[in-house]
Ligand binder design. Structure first.
Ligand code: ATP
Length: 240
């Protein structure tokens, strides 16, 4: 038997009040993989990512990380287990400097690895390094997205959750961010779970992908299989 996946989601349902946003989702992310979740607006992609992170919590089903049941573990404790999230809308602290934002990320380890890890994220995102003393809120959308990922990395995660890093960004900027994600995976072996509406880029980058429709997984396969699938093409790749 192979190694169990780093992250395993089984039969997970998540509700907002009485409305189910996720209805029995199964999904795995193996160590060293890039796995993407694609789907239309409102399909429940962000909800799945947030449920892995413990807020909101799943109403039913099980989330296992490193073989341990984390379904009822609070978010702050999940972060300590080595999961970091770069949320949708790149929520950096706008009034703080870039440097201070990165310190917030490093706070999980009491700042012990700050200098070492700063060098690493600056090598990955040189633009972030050029702007350490700028207020985060005055950076461009693409720069803020890079900072949001860099901040997540400062906590030294084993599993990185990225929610729509391409949202609202120009194609060239998107390419830069996806190239950085690829390097992070290839060079550092980072495991990445990527939620994306930009299905083409996400499936080209990912080892495997899942399609979410109205809170249910309807399809899964390698990135290539999904890119070549006629129904995926029709729903997510054409005219998009
Ligand atoms: P998008 O790409 O537009 O962000 P998504 O696939 O990430 O969409 P979610 O944000 O997970 O979708 O939303 C799934 C469903 O849950 C939607 O119908 C949304 O309106 C609903 N929803 C999300 N957050 C809440 C909330 N805090 N309270 C009530 N309903 C919510």
């Amino acid at each position: 038997g192979g190694k169990p996946p780093l992250l395993s989601v089984r039969g997970v349902s998540t509700y907002y009040g009485s409305v189910a946003a996720l209805k029995g989702v199964d999904l795995d992310v193996g160590e060293g993989e890039i796995v993407t979740l694609i789907g239309a607006n409102g399909a429940g992609k962000s909800t799945l990512m947030m449920t892995v992170f413990g807020a909101p919590q799943a109403r039913s089903g099980t989330i296992t990380y490193e073989g341990r049941d984390i379904t009822r573990v609070p978010t702050h404790a999940i972060a300590r287990l080595g999961i970091a999230q770069s949320p949708e809308g790149r929520r950096v602290f706008p009034r703080m400097s870039v440097h201070e934002n990165l310190q917030m990320g490093a706070a999980l380890h009491g700042g012990r690895y700050f200098a070492e890890d700063l060098d690493k994220v600056v090598a990955l995102f040189p633009r972030v390094g050029e702007r350490l003393h700028q207020r985060a809120g005055t950076m461009s959308g693409g720069e803020q997205q890079m900072l949001a990922i860099a901040r997540a990395l400062m906590s030294r995660p084993k599993l990185l959750l990225l929610d729509e890093p391409s949202l609202g960004l120009a194609p060239l900027v998107v390419k830069g961010i996806f190239d950085a994600i690829r390097r992070l995976n290839r060079e550092d072996g980072m495991t990445i779970f990527l939620v994306e509406q930009n299905a083409y880029h996400a499936l080209k980058l990912a080892h495997r992908g899942y399609v979410l429709v109205n809170g249910r997984i309807t399809m899964s396969g390698t990135g290539r299989q999904l890119l070549d699938d006629p129904s995926v093409k029709a729903a997510y790749l054409e005219g998009g």
